[in-house]
Design a protein around this ligand. Structure first.
Ligand SMILES: Cc1cc2nc3c(=O)[nH]c(=O)nc-3n(C[C@H](O)[C@H](O)[C@H](O)COP(=O)(O)OP(=O)(O)OC[C@H]3O[C@@H](n4cnc5c(N)ncnc54)[C@H](O)[C@@H]3O)c2cc1C
Ligand SMILES: *[C@@H]1O[C@H](CO)[C@@H](O)[C@H](O)[C@H]1NC(C)=O
Ligand SMILES: *[C@@H]1O[C@H](CO)[C@@H](O)[C@H](O)[C@H]1NC(C)=O
Ligand SMILES: *[C@@H]1O[C@H](CO)[C@@H](O)[C@H](O)[C@H]1NC(C)=O
Length: 473
């Protein structure tokens, strides 16, 4: 049998979740003795370089991070010290409104008066990943910590399967090695073979680890794309507001970054997302401005013009005269500032889907982050859920170690699922329903929604939900 290296923990995936769990394991006095290897298929050079040379412009993948996740990064993972804080934007207010009744069907929540005074922080994904990687490198435990990038996990097999294969090939193998152990065997693209006490799947939506463990994942595609982009506003907005307008094609969110920079997530139908990507960059800022204010009938007309000719400069005037019909003071006070530029090459789209694994564990397996669940971005929760997975998994592993148990056993891992699955499930359900209620122009629902958002009770509970989720208090 091929000889394999033995490890305590193998983490598949070097996204935010995988790097977080590795840094947390190495930062905790109870778990730092564990021999860990993280395997990431893509090249982490950009992530590594960001620390010394963060680049002059904001990247287009930016997430809203809850105060709870920030606190976790500060106190348990220890990566916050390596974060480029001048590129972190805390915001304290959120305004969400319904395209069917801009002025009345809206919630406006200001966290300025609350204890923390902060709702959430906007942070680039690469800033988070780079601070985690830096923290891992700073711990400087080269014996017990390996990060392999540009390396793919090609196969995961059980020792029983391995010994069957070996017998097939060699008739009989007296050195069948570890066939008695139930530790999974991980085969890498660089030829390495690692057998591990605990295999952590932080390997995203298509999770090979989840498939190996035969854990079902249920959900659906929304048939929507999240179109992202880096924006310049007409000036710095001292209001520090996250804006979200619910259109029937999906919500458009404009979120503040430092100074006059901002980022956008525009959830849209496949057709609209194509239009948003191909629209001329001189027209695009006007299109975003239109989408924060105009009726959907007007917007549909403008989309049609741009679909026909994405470089049709006359569309700018079509938008301008329509916007001029609105009370300008109201627009200035109660709507996002005007977008004046979209950064070159910053527009991209991502398919939106909901998925939830039936469980997060199997013997010697734990799933975290998008490998375990994916959520609609309308409340900015995907990465935050991954952070709370890491927190719950760490608690389970630490208490297992306290009790002298094997960290790969389901007895240890059970409490991880118990402490994370139900709350994740609830959050997935709430965001799914929010999406569905707004993403329709089916008349009865629209009418109810209008009535609902205008009646104070429903408005207050909607506000409550949004605020609770976004700031996760
Ligand atoms: C438009 C949009 C907006 C969003 N906004 C927010 C927000 O505001 N707030 C928020 O909290 N979240 C947000 N999210 C969600 C957030 O981006 C994700 O939840 C998060 O990035 C998932 O991190 P992860 O580490 O679990 O998975 P991923 O980032 O998917 O990482 C998985 C990694 O595993 C690697 N991998 C996979 N297979 C293998 C293999 N066989 N071998 C080796 N490596 C492998 C991949 O290369 C990848 O790097 C948003 C998402 C989208 C699409
Ligand atoms: C940063 O953005 C500006 C436009 O605002 C652009 O002119 C410049 O080339 C960008 N820099 C890089 C390194 O892409
Ligand atoms: C944001 O915008 C300002 C002014 O336009 C600029 O000086 C600053 O560097 C920007 N920040 C980033 C990270 O792009
Ligand atoms: C990190 O490891 C290297 C090589 O083993 C060593 O030279 C260096 O002093 C270490 N740094 C710290 C801060 O311990």
């Amino acid at each position: 049998m091929t000889s394999s290296v033995m490890e305590d923990v193998v983490i598949v995936g070097g996204g935010p979740a995988g790097l977080s769990v590795l840094a947390a394991l190495k930062n905790s006095p109870k778990t730092r003795h564990l021999k860990c290897t993280l395997v990431e298929a893509s090249d982490l050079t950009n992530v590594r370089d960001f620390y010394d040379n963060p680049g002059e412009n904001y990247t287009n993948r930016v997430v809203s991070v809850t105060p709870k996740s920030v606190e976790f990064m500060k106190s348990r993972i220890g990566n916050w010290d390596y974060m480029k804080e001048d590129r972190v934007k805390f915001y304290d207010r959120i305004v969400a409104y319904d395209s069917q009744d801009n002025d009345n069907a809206r919630i406006d929540f200001d966290a300025g008066s609350t204890e923390s005074g902060v709702l959430a922080a906007m942070i680039e994904n690469i800033n988070i990943q780079s601070s985690l990687l830096k923290k891992i490198e700073e711990i400087n435990d080269t014996e017990g910590t390996t990060v392999l990038d540009k390396t793919k996990v090609e196969d995961i097999i059980s020792p029983i399967q391995q010994s069957l294969e070996d017998h097939d090939l060699n008739e009989i193998d007296p050195n069948a090695g570890n066939a008695d152990l139930d530790w999974p065997i991980v085969k890498l693209s660089n030829g390495d073979i690692i057998q591990t006490r605990l295999l952590i799947g932080a390997d995203g939506y298509n999770s090979p680890v989840r498939k190996f463990a035969r854990i079902e994942s249920r959900g659906w595609q929304y048939n929507r794309f999240g179109v992202v982009g880096t924006l310049k506003m007409e000036y710095e907005d001292y209001r520090s507001v996250g804006w979200q307008r619910f259109l029937t094609t999906g919500p458009l969110a404009i979120l503040p970054l430092t100074e006059d920079n901002a980022t956008m997530v525009w959830s849209s139908t496949p057709k609209l997302s194509e239009i948003l990507l191909k629209t001329n960059k001189e027209i695009f800022p006007h299109l975003v401005n239109a989408a924060t204010v105009l009726d959907e009938a007007d917007l549909n007309y403008i989309y049609k013009l741009l679909d026909y000719n994405p470089d049709d400069m006359a569309v700018i005037d079509e938008i301008k005269w329509r916007l001029e019909k609105f009370d300008q003071q109201n627009l200035e006070e109660n709507y996002p500032l005007k977008v004046v530029e979209v950064l070159d090459g910053s527009r991209a789209r991502f398919p939106l889907k909901l998925s939830h694994a039936d469980t997060y564990i199997a013997p010697r397996i734990a799933l975290i982050g998008d490998a375990a669940h994916t959520i609609h971005p309308l409340a900015g929760q995907g990465l935050n859920m991954g952070q709370s997975d890491v927190a719950a998994l760490m608690t389970a592993l630490e208490s297992g170690i306290d009790r002298g148990m094997d960290i790969g056993s389901t007895l240890v891992l059970d409490s991880y699922v118990a402490n994370s699955w139900p709350s994740n499930h609830m959050l997935l359900g709430i965001c799914d329903k929010l999406h569905k209620v707004f993403a329709t122009d089916y008349y009865p629902v629209v009418a109810l929604r209008g009535l609902g958002l205008k009646s104070l009770n429903v408005l207050e509970s909607f506000k409550d939900i949004m605020v609770k989720i976004i700031s996760a208090r």
